[in-house]
Design a binder for this molecule. Structure first.
Ligand SMILES: C[S@@+](CC[C@H](N)C(=O)[O-])C[C@H]1O[C@@H](n2cnc3c(N)ncnc32)[C@H](O)[C@@H]1O
Length: 261
């Protein structure tokens, strides 16, 4: 399968103010549910500065974007739908997917206002990418107005954040997805306390030295946290460089035990 490579990321200075950005209204999502509890919403950086952080994750995403697309695009290519991405960074994955899946509509988001502004600048030309929104998976207060995305995606977030982010991710994903919607999480993980390679063990140790809350999350723990949010583990897909894509689907049951369609 051939993939279109999105144009190189711009490094133009930010032109949108943060306030202007908060007011951007995505086409497919009501903004009314977004209420922020700012008291806990501080960014924990795995690097000394945001610039350094951004440089590192963009370098990684340029390497993993094609393999991720190679897995997701064939699964989604024969239908249309809506995909919500958490922790989009500067939008590398959402742009690549949007280029290859023109019948899909994409909603990028991030907790960091500077990155939200940068995504907005980067995705201007894409008709199938909605205006990015500010969304902290830990802090967003979700009201009863449900969303109905087909797919939720999160790339390289959980190893550079604490456990509260993993819990928040499942809660947020369960909220944006409709019943039977699918969540994909890409990244390095451990399983039953074990590592798939020695390099991932060292990587985990180096992350925890930076911040004891950081580090590879255990798939066993993730499955439990997912289930608490009606997300059932489906499979683990091997990816290059000792990473995985974890796939979950949302299944809501009625009081009678029957699946709600
Ligand atoms: C390592 S970067 C990965 C960015 C992008 N997914 C990629 O692979 O290029 C992690 C991203 O998650 C965002 N992030 C961190 N904590 C978050 C949270 N609690 N809620 C939403 N986004 C978060 C950061 O601002 C950053 O953009």
């Amino acid at each position: 399968m051939n993939f279109i490579l999105s144009s190189p990321l711009t490094t133009k200075s930010l032109q949108l103010s943060v306030c202007a950005n908060y007011q951007l209204r995505p086409r497919s999502l009501s903004i009314s549910f977004l209420r922020y509890s700012l008291q806990h919403c501080t960014m924990q950086l795995p690097y000394r500065s945001k610039e350094e952080y951004k440089k590192h994750f963009i370098a990684h995403s340029k390497r993993n974007v094609v393999p991720i697309c190679e897995v997701l695009c064939p699964l989604l290519a024969d239908r249309s739908g809506k995909l919500f991405e958490f922790g989009s960074g500067v939008g590398v994955h959402v742009m690549q997917l949007a280029s290859n899946l023109p019948h899909w509509q994409f909603q990028p988001s991030d907790m960091e206002p500077e990155f939200v502004a940068e995504i907005a600048e980067n995705v201007q030309e894409f008709k199938n990418i909605d205006a990015p929104i500010h969304w902290d998976v830990r802090c967003t207060h979700l009201d009863s107005e449900k969303s109905n995305y087909d797919i939720a995606l999160c790339v390289n977030l959980l190893h550079v954040t604490g456990w509260d982010t993993a819990v928040g991710l499942f809660r947020s994903a369960s909220w944006v997805l409709h019943n039977q919607g699918i969540l994909f999480i890409y990244g390095p993980f451990k399983e039953n306390g074990g590592y798939n390679t020695e390099s991932n063990r060292s990587f985990d140790e180096s992350l925890q030295k930076k911040n004891p809350q950081f580090g590879l999350k255990d798939i066993v723990d993730l499955k439990k946290a997912a289930l608490e949010n009606k997300l059932h583990f489906d499979r683990k897909i091997d990816m290059p460089a000792n990473n995985y894509i974890l796939q979950f689907h949302k299944q809501v049951e009625s009081a009678s035990g029957c699946e709600i369609i």
